[in-house]
Write a protein that binds this ligand. Structure first.
Ligand code: ARG
Length: 461
């Protein structure tokens, strides 16, 4: 057993110093040092409230706040390097304050425990990250509207089961993602209501005998409200779970988009070109142009899902109130926030630097079997029941494949062998753009519908 040289916050009750290996194992400084700004912000609000309530003098509060500002500067400049022996970032800052101003430093923690302190820091961190993620998603939404506008009249294949299904406006495709990321942003907005509540003043979990004013510290920190129950304030991490869950949904959306981009930029599809500035090559095969950025986004999705499972499992079955297990919340939280913000940012940039291969798409969509639904609906307009129309069209498709004749090139006499109601006006609907624009229903893929969607989206931005 080797013992620790520094005095820990809780050491006095013990007759032996804490074992160094046990301290190394339990120290969280390497992770929670990221919270230093939030920790100092929380401490300044707390000591301001203490002074206002007469728990510390104005002079003492002034000394503490000046010391905390210096420490923030030392930490951000790198002059002070947090050391693992200090157990966690809260202790790093407290110990440094003691070095600077002596015993007065000890007054900062009147009526406060690290339990409500860390819960406060976490909520301040979440608030900042949620705001940043919302802004990042806003950037993505802008790019999507630009793409939708640019390719409003470009016709691409819409897919189901990864089989060419029906031609659609490319703008419609981009607007589908607009809707998904817009809901993701709303989800964060909604989550903020539950995040922006102060736990400061709950102390260890039971409250304090000191005349604290948690309402005041909540106001000082810009929280919308304060906790209602001191046990709940320090014991739950549901907002972290909710946040990572929101991140997971964002990553899920991104991973699907990434998958489309990877497929569409492949030689086999050849629908889309990624800018050279966002593509990677192979060290062995000179011809390769890979969509690594999209692949990484797809891969990182797995990590964020893992973080969600980690958090749910850490919290499962924990008895009330605080348990040290909860210290493990920070790695999944930080990783999810950074990964999701980073992924949305780079994906929006990547997307901005992609181009649809319009000529190739025009050629492919003009001749494709995906116009078959048009024939069926043409027959319906000629009073054939849809089920019969479907069967007749199926036969036409089989003949088209067997005779290697694309639908628009089938002679009218041939068509009439399948159904007498077919006339030369069939060719009007065997054009991709006519097909797209014949869609009459709300929110459909026609150029007009896409124009309407874009106009509505612009109001949202
Ligand atoms: N580092 C701890 C955490 O992040 C701070 C709270 C410590 N509280 C305690 N009772 N040991 O959870």
């Amino acid at each position: 057993m080797s013992s620790n040289t520094k005095e820990l916050l809780w050491q006095s009750r013990f007759s032996l110093p804490f074992d160094r290996d046990a301290l190394l194992f339990s120290s969280s400084v390497h992770v929670d040092k990221k919270l230093y700004r939030e920790d100092i912000q929380g401490s300044i609000a707390h000591v301001t409230m203490l002074a206002e309530e007469g728990i510390v003098s104005g002079e003492e509060a002034g000394e503490i706040i000046a010391g905390l500002w210096e420490i923030e500067e030392e930490l951000s400049s790198g002059a002070l390097l947090p050391h693992w022996e200090d157990e966690d970032i809260h202790t790093v800052i407290e110990n440094r304050l003691k070095e600077k101003i002596g015993a007065t430093a000890g007054k900062l923690h009147s009526g406060r425990s690290r339990n409500d302190q860390v819960a406060t820091d976490t909520r301040l961190y979440l608030r900042r990250q949620i705001t940043e993620l919302q802004e990042t998603l806003g950037g993505m939404l802008k790019v999507l509207v630009e793409k939708a506008e640019c390719y409003q009249t470009t016709i691409i294949f819409g897919y189901t089961h990864l089989q060419r299904a029906q031609p659609i406006s490319a703008g419609h495709y981009y607007m589908a993602y607009f809707n998904m990321f817009s809901r993701d942003r709303q989800r964060l907005h909604d989550l903020m209501k539950r995040v922006n509540i102060s736990p400061l003043g709950a102390a260890a979990f039971a409250g304090s005998t000191l005349p604290l004013n948690p309402e005041r510290s909540a106001v000082l920190l810009g929280f919308d409200d304060m906790f209602a129950n001191s046990i709940d304030a320090v014991s739950d991490r549901d907002i972290i779970i909710e946040f990572i869950s929101a991140c997971s949904v964002i990553m899920m959306h991104l991973s699907r988009f990434a998958e489309d981009l990877i497929l569409w930029s492949s030689y086999e599809f050849g629908y889309l070109e990624i800018s050279d500035a966002f593509a990677t090559g192979s060290s062995l095969m000179p011809q390769k142009k890979n969509a690594d950025i999209a692949e990484l986004v797809r891969g990182k999705t797995g990590r964020v899902y893992g973080n969600l499972m980690a958090m749910l499992t850490i919290m499962k079955g924990l008895p009330l109130s605080y348990n040290r297990d909860m210290q493990e919340d920070k790695q999944p939280l930080f990783d999810s926030a950074e990964t999701t913000i980073g992924s949305v940012t780079i994906f929006a940039k990547l997307l901005e630097h992609t181009k649809l291969k319009e000529e190739r798409l025009a050629k492919l969509t003009a001749e494709d079997l995906s116009l078959a639904t048009e024939i069926a609906e043409y027959l319906v307009r000629k009073q054939i029941p849809f089920r019969d129309a479907h069967r007749i069209t199926g036969k036409i498709v089989t003949w088209s494949i067997a005779s290697e004749t694309t639908l628009p090139h089938i002679p009218v006499e041939k068509f009439r062998e399948f159904s007498e109601v077919i006339d030369t006006d069939i060719y009007d609907c065997l054009q991709a753009d006519a097909s797209v624009n014949s869609k009459k229903t709300h929110g459909s893929c026609s150029f007009d519908s896409v124009a309407h969607q874009i106009a509505e989206a612009k109001k949202q931005l």
